[in-house]
Write a protein that binds this ligand. Structure first.
Ligand SMILES: [Zn+2]
Length: 359
């Protein structure tokens, strides 16, 4: 069954703003999302630097370590992944993001506040057709035990994915809510599917995996609320590196030796794994178009995500741009082909006669 794919581009209806602090810089920052014309994409605008613009594109990927940063002509925009993830998840193609500092606000550490902003702004359909990057052949980046790969969607693409899919439970034995039954259907569809696995030595995290087909219905519920996370014994070292100066229990999960420090607890048993998927979606947004393909990530982080983006963009034979009507045509051809296969096996002689008569 085909996944529902938006046929047209979308922007927001009206401007919407919020403010907060940057996770790493601790700088106070205001951001405002503005509607944008079709084919604009997502463009950051530094209002503190004469409205200097940096498109959210693989062409401007800069430093990537604990967050993803974009740079154009030595102007930076940092920690772009959560907002970009929300925009992809909510199927917003075109928007201007005004920002008056170098780092996006961390807010509660998840993408949920951005989802609520987008909801408040409203979603407006535009006249232009939405273009998708359709994966044609596998592309993979491997670094020791880390791996990220992207495969074509659909039955032919899935036959050779060789994924260690969905171990289905984390260290607590809690089953992932992203269901296997769901994935069995969606795997064979034309959409954006993600299978991700993480592994951390902490007993409250352990090995977790998430398996999801992304759409505007699943993202706000299953992925957006998952918060960024860290481990108490790494925090001093990160601060020494100039990172997480704005970090607190209000915007990150922190795991200590005796358990989670956040008094409110987890939003999902596998919240860490879901947050990695959130980040992955935000980093893949730098492709500039929504994806039709299946991403498989094992212990990957921002550096691996962006390495995949760059490898994919450099291998022009691995993907093509399609609209949803191109896909409908393809599906039509496939159905016709299947129908004739079926007919030739079951009722060939009679069909041959009737064809001869009809022609
Ligand atoms: Zn994150």
């Amino acid at each position: 069954m085909a996944n529902r794919l938006a046929s047209h581009q979308h922007t927001i209806v009206e401007p919407v703003s919020t403010s907060g602090v940057g996770l790493h810089s601790a700088a106070k920052v205001n951001i405002r999302l503005l509607p944008a014309a079709a084919n604009t994409g997502v463009v950051f605008r530094r209002t503190d630097l004469d409205n200097f613009e940096i498109p959210a594109s693989w062409k401007h990927i800069a430093r990537v370590s604990y967050a993803t940063s974009l740079m154009r002509k030595s102007v930076l925009i940092s920690t772009t992944e959560h907002l970009l993830s929300a925009l992809v998840g909510m199927e917003i193609d075109n928007v201007i993001v005004e920002i008056d500092a170098l780092e996006l606000p961390i807010l509660d550490g998840s993408a949920l506040p951005f989802v609520r902003m987008i909801d408040a702004a409203g979603r407006r359909r535009q006249r232009a057709a939405r273009c998708y990057i359709k994966i044609l052949k596998p592309v993979e980046v491997v670094e020791r035990s880390k791996r990220i790969a992207i495969f074509p969607s659909g039955p032919s693409g899935d036959a050779h994915t060789l994924i260690r899919v969905n171990k289905s439970a984390n260290s607590h034995g809690v089953a992932n809510t992203s269901s296997r039954a769901h994935s069995a259907e969606t795997r064979s569809s034309s959409g954006f599917h993600i299978t991700s696995e993480i592994g951390f030595a902490h007993p409250m995290v352990g090995i977790q995996s998430t398996d999801i087909t992304l759409c505007a219905a699943t993202y706000p519920r299953e992925i957006a609320p998952a918060r960024t996370f860290g481990f108490l014994d790494e925090l001093d070292q990160m601060r020494d590196m100039g990172l997480i100066r704005g970090g607190s229990l209000a915007n990150a999960l922190v795991f200590g030796p005796d358990g989670l420090l956040n008094p409110e607890g987890l939003r999902f048993a596998d919240e860490c794994s879901r947050h990695k998927v959130l980040d992955l979606i935000g980093d893949l947004a730098l492709l500039g178009h929504p994806l039709i393909g299946h991403v498989v990530a094992e212990h990957a982080g921002h550096a691996m995500h962006t390495a995949l983006v760059l490898k994919l963009m450099r291998d022009r034979s691995s993907w093509t741009l399609v609209t949803s009507s191109d896909l409908a045509d393809e599906l039509g051809h496939d159905l016709a082909a299947n129908a004739s296969d079926f007919s030739s096996e079951t009722a060939a002689p009679e069909l041959a006669v009737s064809h001869a008569g009809a022609d």
